[in-house]
Design a protein around this ligand. Structure first.
Ligand code: NAD
Length: 519
């Protein structure tokens, strides 16, 4: 095992925007980033800039008249070339000493820290994140770099195994090969950075296909990788439509693994395509797939209701409910059901919705016109299924705004109880007792996050054993997983439970070789 040289991991602190200096720094960053609006970004393949002419226009979801960046989309032919190039570059990158790969990964963290306000601003403008949400995304990206760098220190070099008499026995971890990294738009920096640096620090070469909703953040991250000193042959940023180039990347016989985070349907499709062996393919592709959620917060009869209300409020409406961990179902004991709603609804109605660059707004826009339409359609369905208590407030027309919505008296069979909406829509259901509440919480094909507000130790014990989710929280919100402390990943249709930001994660990008020498 390599000797650890990095200091103990600590989570990156988030910025306190109540401090005038930080506020000012953010205002300046917003102005500087705005001055870069409309810039054109070529594709980069093997150190060459490519202008395909087929353009992807990324707009500001808070103000759709503003073009954040113009990107040249990859073709299927370029996607094939990217896999071949990643495969060709693999032996050299895999042979680069782990110490060097670790050093470069820590350097990425340093640069992101240095450019934190700038990245905050890109996230505000391209992903519609409010200041604190953007800042948490950047902090998490930094955490992934720092954490995986330390994990690689732990995993590099031989590992202790039982020594048989007359033999020297060893086990070492090797990278897999050329991998494809497909992140979503909702943590456009953190998740992309996490999956990419996990690939690179372990010695794999990677083709990163950022979401077509957030290509500028992808381009800026590629800039950071180059600035840190990662050789361009080790990674390719392949901007373009997932539907157009995704299949080529996944099906290519030289693709060794796919690290995907996104929706259930796309994840299942990737899993299916990757399982089909292609002519010339000599391995079983590994699929790491983190997918959707329909996360529930259970509120027990003896819960501290004010805390439960705030937990639900932040989990359901932070970043407009567009987190895989967002609370989309509140399941409340009948004895406190009406009281809970009486406390929750006025708070929801008072949430300010508007452009994400204005720090007075708690909620910004949703990501796209398509997302807005889907969410509004679900609100219509919800109106028929239950009792609409919030969600009819007027919102600005300049961007993709949706009011925070609460629909009560929802039953387990209802669509808004079962289907992932991925927007600011909370379904509230009444439970007969705690046992029934847990039963309702588990009545889902997903199993990502969940929380319980209760003061009964036996109930918490019961939830520990029976609430079937990958990330369970007691007496706190169900969003905001921290790298290192809350390894993240879900059960069932929420994915392969990769536990990003945890000690098992890098093993998904490695294979172990056992070596025995007769003495
Ligand atoms: P999505 O599935 O639409 O897209 C994810 C990525 O896949 C994007 O980069 C997209 O371009 C690409 N893609 C689309 N079609 C493809 C295809 N046929 N082949 C290959 N790639 C393709 O998801 P999204 O809308 O970007 O993100 C939201 C979803 O992600 C939600 O379901 C959310 O719950 C989930 N999510 C899960 C986690 C987690 O850790 N479990 C974290 C964040 C988001």
């Amino acid at each position: 095992m390599a000797t650890a040289t990095l200091p103990l991991f600590r989570n990156e602190p988030v910025t306190d925007f109540s401090q005038p200096a930080h506020r000012q720094a953010m205002e300046s960053a917003l102005q500087e980033v705005r001055a870069e609006f409309g810039r054109e970004y070529p594709l980069r393949l093997g150190g060459e800039s490519i202008f395909t002419g087929d353009k992807l226009i990324s707009v500001n979801p808070s103000n759709t008249g503003e073009v954040v960046g113009i990107h040249h989309k990859a073709t299927r032919e370029l996607a094939g070339r990217a896999v071949e190039a990643a495969w060709a570059a693999f032996p050299q990158w895999a042979a680069t000493p782990a110490e060097e790969r670790i050093r470069l990964t820590v350097e990425v963290a340093r640069i992101l820290r240095d450019r934190k306000f700038e990245f905050d601003a890109w996230l505000v403008y391209e992903a519609g994140k409010t200041w604190p949400e953007a800042d948490a995304d950047v902090a998490e990206a930094i955490d992934f770099c720092e954490y995986y760098a330390r994990e690689m220190e732990r995993l590099a070099g031989p590992h202790p195994v039982v020594q048989l008499p007359g033999e020297r026995d060893e086990m070492v971890y090797l990278p897999l090969g050329a991998g494809v990294v497909i992140p979503p738009w909702n943590f456009p920096l953190a998740i992309m950075v996490g999956m990419t640096v996990a690939s690179l620090v372990t010695g794999n070469t990677a083709i990163v296909k950022p979401s077509s909703e957030t290509p500028t953040i992808g381009a800026k991250f590629a800039e950071v990788l180059r600035q840190a000193g990662f050789p361009e042959s080790a990674f390719t940023l392949l901007t373009g439509s997932g539907a157009a180039v995704g299949d080529v990347l996944v099906e290519h016989p030289r693709t060794r693994y796919i690290s995907f985070t996104g929706s259930r349907d796309v994840g299942l499709r990737i899993n299916e395509l990757a399982a089909r062996t292609q002519p010339g393919q000599i391995w079983i592709k590994r699929v790491i797939a983190e997918m959707g959620g329909k996360d529930a917060i259970v509120v027990d009869a003896d819960a501290d209701l004010d805390k439960a209300v705030d937990g639900v409020l932040f989990s359901a409406f932070g970043y407009q409910g567009q987190k895989c961990s967002a609370c989309s179902r509140a399941i409340v004991d009948a004895r406190v059901y009406e009281q809970f709603l009486e406390k929750l609804v006025p708070k929801v109605r008072s949430l300010r919705v508007g452009p994400a660059d204005d720090p007075a707004n708690f909620m910004g826009p949703v990501i796209s016109a398509g997302a807005r339409k889907t969410i509004l359609d679900y609100i219509e369905i919800g109106r028929r299924e239950g009792r609409l208590l919030a969600g009819d407030a007027a919102v600005a027309e300049s961007g993709y705004f949706v009011p925070p919505t609460v629909i009560a008296d929802i039953e387990a069979r209802d669509r808004i109880f079962q289907e992932e909406i991925f927007g600011p829509v909370l379904a509230v259901a009444k439970a007969r007792n705690f046992e029934h509440a847990l039963e309702l919480a588990n009545d889902s094909q997903y199993g990502l996050t969940g929380a319980v507000f209760s003061n009964t130790p036996e109930h918490l014990h019961e939830a520990r054993r029976h609430f079937h989710v990958g990330n369970l929280y007691f007496n706190r919100k169900c969003t905001g997983a921290m790298v290192g402390a809350h390894p993240f990943g879900g059960f069932n249709m929420s994915g392969t439970d990769s536990k990003a930001g945890g000690p098992d994660y890098l093993l998904l990008f490695l294979q172990a070789k056992s070596i025995a020498t007769k003495m």
